[in-house]
Design a protein around this ligand. Structure first.
Ligand code: DAH
Length: 348
């Protein structure tokens, strides 16, 4: 007798659930509610019949019937929510009066912007842009630039070397400067030559506010009849004027690079301090920031390329693009460029 009544509760609940799954709109849900939970509903009938049961059975079946009632009420709410969502999904849920979402625009890296600007200036001065390999032969990075093995000038460039598989393999490295393209170009072209060579360079060295292990340079090379130091000076002064404006002061000092004679170093006055602050992270109190090395192409290099050095002369220069960018924007730490902080990069 007891099991039959518990079975009745289970059967009524199962039947109700099956019909609920078929109810597809609000009217059907209401009809279902009346048919199961209403005054003459199927479950209500079970609850009404409890009174006729003996005491102990009444307790067990009553508990089961109440649990079934709560479960069916919850099932009704769930089914109603399910139908609501299905209806929303098939509707055109688009409010054309809402303001549009802003499109996030990317921008060019500041060093890329300045590299292009520098190349544009030199293009107007007649220099064509050419590029060369980042993985270089020792011979081009050093040897043919008059920096032989064991020459102390090699210490100017801390080098990333490639391992050789066999002792007879040519020594290879990540270029430490863009100067090897001077040789590559002059070997294959006739004067007059006027080129600007942008590119990444690598140095095995500790980083600080003005040094990175990777940086970009732009190399200049001009070879022609009758070029003199005056042409070099005029070209670089014109560049500095266009790049930094007429108020920036430029200083040319005597320097040494094995591939030029004479060699100079071009500096601009410090933007980060009045020029006399020994704690200045940019100029360290010197008041000047070196942005490039330059000079007259060594006659041996012109001769080695097959040209008569008494007829042809040339000038060359190599500048750091990051340094020029720092000057232009007043950035005091070169490491900001490649640490990928969007808060820094988004300012340009
Ligand atoms: N290659 C040199 C460096 O990375 C810079 C340089 C100096 C380039 C003098 C030149 C030059 O073309 O004439 O330090």
């Amino acid at each position: 007798m007891t099991s039959t009544t518990l079975d009745t509760v289970a059967a009524v609940e199962a039947e109700a659930r099956a019909r609920l799954a078929e109810a597809a709109d609000e009217a059907a849900l209401e009809a279902w509610r009346l048919g199961v939970l209403g005054r003459s509903g199927s479950l209500t009938g079970v609850l009404r019949g409890l009174g006729a049961l003996p005491e102990d059975e009444r307790r067990a079946v009553g508990a089961a019937a109440n649990i079934a009632k709560q479960a069916l009420e919850a099932a009704l709410d769930a089914r109603r929510e399910e139908l609501r969502r299905a209806a929303l999904g098939s509707m055109e849920a688009l409010d054309v009066t809402l303001p549009g979402r802003p499109v996030r625009r990317g921008g060019l890296h500041p060093v890329t912007q300045v590299r292009r600007e520098i190349l544009d200036i030199f293009a107007r001065l007649g220099f064509a842009t050419v590029e060369g390999p980042e993985v270089e032969l020792d011979e081009y990075n050093f040897g043919r630039l008059r920096i032989p093995e064991h020459h102390p000038a090699r210490d100017m460039w801390d080098t990333f070397w490639f391992e050789r598989e066999q002792a007879t393999d040519p020594a290879m490295l990540l270029r430490t400067h863009t100067s090897p393209m001077q040789i590559r170009f002059i070997e294959q072209h006739e004067p007059p030559i006027r080129i600007a060579v942008p590119g990444r360079c690598y140095r095995y060295e500790a980083t600080d506010a003005t040094h990175e292990w990777m940086m970009q340079q732009i190399e200049l090379l001009a070879v022609d009849e009758g070029l003199s130091m005056a042409n070099l000076k005029g070209t670089l002064q014109e560049f500095a004027r266009q790049m930094f404006g007429p108020e920036r002061r430029v200083l040319m000092r005597n320097s040494y690079f094995p591939f030029v004679e004479p060699g100079v170093e071009l500096s601009v006055d410090c933007f980060a301090c009045p020029g006399n602050n020994p704690a200045c992270p940019v100029c360290r109190g010197s008041g000047w920031i070196e942005i490039m090395g330059a000079g007259m192409v060594h006659p041996e290099i012109i001769e080695a390329a097959g040209f008569d050095p008494t007829r042809y002369t040339g000038f060359a220069a190599g500048m750091g693009v990051e340094r020029v960018t720092m000057l232009k924007y007043g950035i005091t730490d070169i490491r900001a460029f490649y640490s990928n902080d969007p808060r820094f990069l988004a300012q340009f």
